[in-house]
Design a protein around this ligand. Structure first.
Ligand SMILES: Nc1ncnc2c1ncn2[C@@H]1O[C@H](COP(=O)(O)OP(=O)(O)O)[C@@H](O)[C@H]1O
Ligand SMILES: Cc1cn([C@H]2C[C@H](O)[C@@H](COP(=O)(O)O)O2)c(=O)[nH]c1=O
Length: 229
């Protein structure tokens, strides 16, 4: 029975790697996949993983119709055995409905990959619709870790090295970025709630009396040491 499966998790937990592995294993057995992404860091029409693997994909931007695209492909004599949609959090809810229709009406497995919540801990519209419609939701086995060692369950955004909780929902970016650019860091809920990133925790450890951390002072040098130490 074909399924709509939502592989969800935080950033940097291996979703794109798994998407590429599923694609590899199936194409190695002669199956033909339809590969879609939206706003991948590697650029339009790419599905990339931090392990360095990348494959071509169809960019599913605003207004893109998954169902119509596959029907047109099949009508032109093309073959499609399964569907992969990465960065699915960015999809519009209607596009997720199209993915469900592909499962139900075209009898194809659809594997969607995406982060569940944004930097404010709010569901992305695409992820919300996937949670509502998916036959199965899978959490990846290799857990991303917070700096404290607990399982990372939330995504933090940093601007100038400081964690922020306001701003546009969509800002394409990466973890482990220099302080000068918008970056992301995965945290456990406890430390997301306290806005305690790894850098803020290091600064607080050098000056315990400032706990809970005041984001405005977290980057200030303490006792002659730089906050980055
Ligand atoms: N140098 C490395 N060596 C081994 N594994 C790595 C390395 N860099 C990244 N990874 C693995 O890749 C994962 C991120 O994979 P990726 O598919 O890009 O994540 P996602 O799509 O969930 O953001 C990391 O959690 C880590 O397990
Ligand atoms: C938390 C959060 C993330 N994003 C962006 C940042 C990345 O470009 C993608 C996630 O990609 P990954 O392969 O899962 O690392 O989403 C965003 O736009 N808004 C957010 O709140």
């Amino acid at each position: 029975m074909p399924e709509l499966v939502f592989f969800s998790g935080t950033m940097d937990c291996g979703k794109s790697t798994l998407a590429l592995q599923i694609e590899h294993n199936r194409s190695a057995r002669g199956l033909q996949g339809m590969i879609y992404t939206r706003n991948d860091r590697a650029g339009a029409g790419k599905l990339s993983s931090r392990l360095g693997l990348v494959t071509d994909s169809v960019e599913a931007g605003e207004g893109f119709d998954f169902y119509a695209h596959i029907v047109a492909h099949l009508s032109a004599g093309g073959r499609a055995d399964y569907v992969i949609a990465d960065e699915a959090q960015f999809l519009d809810p209607g596009q997720v409905d199209q993915l469900a229709r592909i499962v139900d009406d075209l009898d194809l497995d659809v594997f969607a990959f995406g982060i569940t919540t944004d930097f404010r801990t709010k569901l992305f519209p695409g992820s919300q619709r996937l949670v509502e419609l998916a036959d199965r939701i899978e959490v990846l086995q290799v857990e991303a870790l917070c700096w404290c060692g607990a399982r990372a369950t939330h995504n933090a955004r940093t601007v100038g090295g400081q964690m922020v909780v306001e701003g546009a929902q969509v800002v394409v970016g990466d973890v482990n970025q220099p302080e000068t650019v918008v970056g992301y860091e995965v945290l456990c809920r406890r430390h997301h709630r306290r806005r305690l990133t790894a850098a803020a925790a290091r600064a607080a450890a050098l000056s315990p009396d400032v706990l809970p951390v005041d984001p405005d002072s977290a980057g200030a040098p303490v006792s002659g040491l730089s906050a980055a130490e």
